[in-house]
Every structure is written in structure tokens, then in C-alpha cells.
Ligand binder design. Structure first.
Ligand code: 5GP
Length: 351
């Protein structure tokens, strides 16, 4: 048994120190970033856009969400439950932009031959080779069979950008990159509808965890996604400040018109993908794993996600001018975090 004595930090434990800046307006900030993904020189794929991703969750990783996010040059991790025909409809009839979507592969293929979700993903990627990104994720990316699966997917798709997760420590970030991932998805337990920390006691505070994973990934020419725990636009900036190349959002994008679910009395349900509700909707996992590590919440409908996105991007732009970052890529080098024990004046919240 061992204790690491230095305290790990979450978004709520820090603020960004303002810095002298020559940026005269928010308009002079460039939120787009150009990436080149190289996996051991086998793949060399470039992508440009705003590196914010809608999570592959029900109510968030929908085609309707993708249709709006693509207007902003952002990415959507499309939930794995759509059929090939759903994809066809979205691409042909709705104008889904293939450069802005991530195909999510379920891990059922880890336990069964001919897993349906893997087969659908393969058909989608064969039909539309313009799609660059594949994502495979499990609640716990530390299992050896997941690492083996990453290797298998890398072999099956040598010319795609492969995202794998979730982990939240440096050595496992390195392991996934060595096993074939270009981008590692980082976050164990920070999510808005996640109960992993209550249920298992396992996790690492997101800000410090992302910092360590980013450092490890960048040393191997890999990238990281900070996945989970952002509750306000400022958290998105903090995640980039911690070294995240991409930030993935679930709860902040939930409960909008684009959720593709019915609202009841002006409210939407939102649930974790390991919650009982998700099992009710999609069926239990194939490996017989029964731990419930997510919850269901009911949230006020927030209208069009366009408004929320504009607010997030406005916050990000404003933060960049306040710390002197001309481009999103410059945020980490312009970041000095100050540790705090209070973030906001809450006087009017008590009334
Ligand atoms: P949020 O942005 O809502 O804070 O976090 C979104 C992330 O939470 C997702 O991208 C995913 O990684 C994670 N997540 C989604 N559903 C569950 C769940 O049921 N349990 C856990 N532990 N994490 C979840």
C-alpha cells in the first residue's frame, strides 16, 4: 500500500491567472487547430477544426447534434447504436459532414465473434472512407483484453485515426499509444452522470489526471481528449490549459433540441451509458458485467444547442484574450493555474 502525497486537482480547484496580452479583440483568437496524426509513420492524417467533441452518449452523440456541431467545425462521436441505414439517411438526406464525425466501435467484439456494432462500424467505414476517426472506449481501459482489442482494431484499420480510452494515468496512456491509439481518451469518474467514484472508489481528479496523460502522450507524438467533468465554459479552457488536445462534452450538451429524445413537461432525461436506464434502453453488456456506474437525471430543456455552443466558444475566446493565447494551441503555454479554495461570489445564490 502506498499514498501519493501531492494533492491532485480538479477544475474547481484552480483558476487561470490573467496575463498581459496584445490581443485587441476576441475576434483575433483562432479556435481552430490543425492536427497531424502519425501512428508510427503508418498513418499521417491531418484534421482541422475546433477540437471540441460531443460525447458518444444517448442524447448527445446524435446525428442531429452532429449537424449543428459541424457548422462550427467541431466533432461528434456518433453513438454506436445507429444502424447502417440510419447512417445512410444522415449522410444522404441530412448532409452529415463525414470530416466531423467519429465512428464509435462497441467493445462487444472483445467477447463475441461477429458482434453487430463492430460489423456496422466496418460497413460505415467501408462505405464512407472519408471518415477519419474511430473511437473505442470502455469504462475501464486498464484491462489487458482492451489493450489487445486496440491492437486488433489498429490492424483492421491501419489508415484511420484511432481513439481509445478511458484511462487517467501516464503509463496506461503510453500503453494505449504503443498498442496503436493515436488519441487517448482520459477520464475515470469525472462525468456528470457517472457514479464510478461512489461505486468503486476509483478515479483521479480530472485536471491533474489530464496534465499527466497529456505529458505522456505528447512525448510519444500522441494526443489526448479530456473526457468528462466540464460543467461551465471556463472548465473547457482549463482542460485545454492542462494540455488536452481535444475536450469531450456530455452534460453540457445534453437536454437540447438535438437530443433526439422526447421532452416531457419541458424536460429531458439524460443518463450515463453504464446506468440502469442505459441497460433498459440498450440491453445489458455481453460480458455479464453488472456494476451500475451511471445515473439518470431529468434536466430542463435548454433549446437549440447552437446557443450553448456559441456561449462555450465565446467563453473560450474571451479566456484566450485574458491569458494572451492567440490560438487554441497556445493555451497551455499561456496557462498559469492558481490554486484556489473559492471560485465564485455566491451571495445571490443564497437568497
Ligand atoms: P460529462 O461531460 O457529462 O461530465 O462527461 C461525459 C463523459 O462521461 C462521457 O464522455 C463518458 O466518458 C462518461 N460517461 C458516460 N456515461 C457514463 C457512465 O454511465 N458511467 C461513467 N463512469 N462514465 C460515464
Amino acid at each position: 500500500m502506498r499514498i501519493k502525497p501531492d494533492i491532485k486537482l480538479d477544475f474547481k480547484d484552480v483558476l487561470l491567472e490573467p496575463k498581459r496580452s496584445i490581443l485587441s479583440s476576441r475576434r483575433s483568437v483562432n479556435l481552430e487547430r490543425n492536427f497531424i496524426f502519425r501512428h508510427w509513420d503508418k498513418t499521417s492524417i491531418s484534421w482541422s477544426g475546433i477540437p471540441i467533441i460531443s460525447s458518444n452518449m444517448d442524447g448527445v452523440g446524435t446525428f442531429s447534434m452532429a449537424m449543428v456541431l459541424q457548422e462550427f467545425g467541431m466533432l461528434t462521436a456518433i453513438k454506436k447504436h445507429y444502424t447502417f441505414d440510419d447512417w445512410k439517411f444522415a449522410v444522404i438526406n441530412k448532409g452529415l459532414r463525414l470530416n466531423n464525425v467519429i465512428v464509435c466501435i462497441g467493445t462487444n467484439a472483445m467477447w463475441e465473434d461477429n458482434a453487430e456494432d463492430y460489423a456496422t462500424a466496418k460497413s460505415v467505414l467501408t462505405e464512407w472512407p472519408e471518415i477519419n476517426f474511430i473511437c473505442i472506449d470502455v469504462a475501464n481501459g486498464y484491462q489487458q483484453n482492451f489493450v489487445d482489442f486496440v491492437k486488433r482494431v489498429r490492424d483492421d484499420f491501419p489508415d484511420k485515426v484511432l481513439i481509445a480510452g478511458n484511462v487517467i494515468t501516464a503509463e496506461m496512456t503510453e500503453q494505449l499509444i504503443i498498442s496503436g491509439a493515436d488519441i487517448v481518451k482520459c477520464g475515470i469518474g469525472p462525468g456528470s452522470v457517472c457514479t464510478t467514484r461512489e461505486q468503486t472508489g476509483v478515479g483521479v481528479p480530472q485536471l491533474s489526471g489530464v496534465m499527466e496523460c497529456a505529458d505522456a502522450a505528447h512525448g510519444l507524438s500522441g494526443h489526448v481528449i479530456a473526457d468528462g467533468g466540464c460543467t461551465v465554459p471556463g472548465d473547457v479552457t482549463k482542460a485545454f490549459g492542462a494540455g488536452a488536445d481535444f475536450v469531450m462534452l456530455g452534460g453540457m450538451l445534453a437536454s437540447h433540441d438535438e437530443s433526439e429524445t422526447e421532452s416531457v413537461n419541458g424536460k429531458y432525461e439524460f443518463y450515463g451509458m453504464s446506468s440502469d436506464r442505459a441497460k433498459e434502453v440498450h440491453g445489458a453488456r455481453k460480458d455479464g458485467y453488472t456494476s451500475t456506474e451511471g445515473k439518470r437525471v431529468i434536466i430542463e430543456a435548454k433549446g437549440s444547442v447552437r446557443v450553448t455552443i456559441k456561449n462555450i466558444l465565446g467563453g473560450l475566446r474571451s479566456a484566450c484574450t485574458m491569458i494572451g493565447a492567440r490560438r487554441i494551441k497556445d493555451i497551455p503555454k499561456c496557462t498559469t493555474f492558481v490554486m484556489v479554495n473559492n471560485q465564485q461570489n455566491q451571495i445571490y445564490e443564497k437568497i
